[in-house]
Structures are given as structure tokens and as C-alpha cells.
Design a protein around this ligand. Sequence first.
Ligand code: MN
Ligand code: MN
Length: 466
Amino acid sequence: MSESKAKGLKKELFSKKKNAGFIMSENEIKKADDFCNEYKKFLDIAKTEREAVCETVRLLEENGFTEYDFKKDLNPGDRIYINNRNKAVIAAIIGRDSAEHGFRINAAHIDSPRLDLKQNPIYEDNQIGFFKTHYYGGIKKYQWTTIPLALHGVIINSKNEKIEVKIGEDENDPVFCVCDLLPHLAAQQMKRTLSEGVKGEELNILIGSRPFKDDEESEMVKLNIIDILNKKYGIVEDDFISAELEAVPAFKAKDIGFDRSMIGSYGQDDRVCAYTALKALIDCEVVPKKTAITVLTDKEETGSDGNTGLNSSYLKYFIYDLAEKLGVNARQAISASECLSADVNAAFDPTFPDVLEIRNASKINYGVCVTKFTGSRGKSGTSDASAEFVARIRNLLDSKNVIWQTGELGKVDLGGGGTVAQYIANLNIDVIDVGVPVLSMHAPFEVTSKIDTYMAYKTFKVFIEN
Ligand code: MN
Ligand code: MN
């Protein structure tokens, strides 16, 4: 008797969160799988921030968005975008409501950890050719050795011509790699700590080994490589100085598991949120009440500084200009705005359970993760969303049958991390982190759940449609 009363009370009072696989219909799971097939294509096409902008603009234009110049008048339903230096994009659908009631913003980032070439990258050592690199973002350096790497980016030559580079993606392309020591001779290396196992200056990319044949000069391997590059791209050694070349994993996005429930790919932090936030805007089925904005930003992985990062003014300027154009006070419009800072969180990994506090960790397949605060050591470096705003998002997601969970980035004082949320909050906008849990975050091959990815898409969509 008392047992069944307890059971009833538990049902009524305890949290009802569970694995989405138990909740979703077969039909909805199929929708998630179909959605992720398109997402995988985006991952393969958009491996760098520049490529993400290029593909985003293509998708926007295909769906009725036009590049905006602020001389033109705006009307509800207008679909516009601006391209910030080919590294960040803001797209918007003008809403029906007066802009003085604010905008709805989904903000994700399109830069990912990688190996950037240094400005004098090319050298020869003992008749082997290499590129020097400086890693971008937080990486475990040893993970970037002995995997096939592709080279993406741009070179601006002395005539100011832009040369686009993408080698290693086509089936017939060569690839590159960073070498590591054989275990037989690694006794000393194995004594290094894991963080020093491979050092920053050891991340040298193997790029060639055959000498230029004609005569016996020095640096014949380097000469042969530059000669090949000169014939292919018309460049000389000094052109690397004005280049941005990024080495990224050369493999493609794949389904993971016998049940194909997960996706493995490079760059899912944060293209899983960038793609879902972009698609949410493109697929917006109504002329939204409030002007809906999706921002895909650069430089999050290095702290959001720089003119294409969200610590710069480009989002603020866009909102100010939009508000003025729509005839309202810009400060009022920005202060009444709301934002989902769309970024990934650390999924609980049963192999490494100690770093997460299980009651507050996000789990794959439990839906999109709502993160009230990020930061580290006493919540420093976070915006910490208000209870009021958490409630607003919680109730919205529940009312629209979006499966969601909460999560934090690791145990107290064990580490932590930040997102763009704080920079948006500093503009006096209500903001909260929402995104997809990721296994092996920042590794060359990151893992997400298809269901969680689909729930992120639904989240960003119901946020702007309601
Ligand atoms: Mn991120
Ligand atoms: Mn990250």
C-alpha cells in the first residue's frame, strides 16, 4: 500500500527525464536520421569558417535570402543576410512585431580547432619537406598525429589575387600528416606527460620527399615542392606570409554504431549548432512575430576576439542598424532581445566518468542540452542565465515537445570553458547556452547523437517561430 503510494508520488514529483529513444516515435526518429544525412553533407563541405560561410550563403540564397545593404527598406517577411569578411554571417527574417520589443537570436560558431600554417611554413630537414604549424583552439596535440590531413584556405599573392586552396578531400588528392615516434624508440617520449607527449613545435606536417633533379644545390626537396606549388597556384615562398592555410582531418562524416545512431566527424563543435540554427531560420514556416536572427561567428575557439569574433561589435552594429531602419530606438531593441547561445556541451563518457558530475552532466540521446552557466572556478567567465530566462526556455521547449536536458561543463574546479554567451549577455541581451552533447570534443573525430542534433534544430526553430 505505502509502496504504491510512494511509486505514485515519485511519478508525480521526481524528474521525468529519460533517453529520447524511449520517448520518440519511429516516425520522428526517422525524421532525425533524414535530417542528419543533410547535416553530414554540410560537415563535409564546410570544414573551415570560410567554407562554412560560403556554403551558408549558398543555402541562404537558395532559400530567398539576399545580401542586405542598409539603404533598402525592410518589410515583415524579408529575408536578408550580411557576410562579415567571409568568416562570419548574420542572417535574418524581419518580424511582424515592432522592433522595440526586441529580436530573437540563435548564435553559433563555425571555427573549429585545427592546425594553422605559420607565415614562413615551408622547410626541408634531412631531405624531407615540412610545414611548420601553430595549433588553433584547444587541442590534445597527440590526437593530431598520424591521421590524414587536408589543407584548406586562401593565399593572397603580391597582385592581391585570392587563390583558394583545398587539397586532400578528393578521392584522388594526396593528403598530409604529422608523424609520431615508433613505440620501439619512444621510451623517453613515453615518460613525458600526455600534454607534452607531442609538443607544439613537433606538429610539423609532412609535405614531400623528392628532390628537384637538375643540379646539386641545397634544399632540393623544398625547391621541388615550391616548384609544384608555383606551377599549380602561381605562388612563391613569400606568398605564404599573406595566406591563411588550415590543416584539418581529411576524412568525411560517418554514421557510428551498428544502429547508426551517432555521427562521427571533424568540426561538430560547433557546426552541429551552426547547421541546425541555420536550417531553423531557413525552414521558418511563418513570418515570425519578432525578427529572427541567426549568427554564425568565427574565433570562438580562440576567445571570440578579433573583428569576426563575437567580442567585436559586428552583431551589435547589425542590430543597431536594423533597429534604426525599422524606426525604433536601437538600445531599446537590443535590450529587449533574447538569444540562444548555440554551442556544444561535454557528453558523459562512461569510460571517463570522473570528470563529470553525473547528476548535472549531459548525456547523448537525452535531447538538446540547456546550460545555465559555463565558466570555471566559481562561475568566473560566464553570463549565468537568470532563473526567469531558464524558465522561459524550459516552458517553451516543454510546450513544443522538444526533448531536452540540462548539463554543465564538468565537475566544479576540474576545468570548464566558455562560449559566446557572455559577449552577447554583455550587450544587455537575455542569453542562455543551448546545444548538443559531444563525445571526444575538440578531437579530430567528434561524436554526436542524431536525436540530439535533431532536437537542437527543433529548439532553434520553435524559439524563433513562437
Ligand atoms: Mn563550441
Ligand atoms: Mn570548442
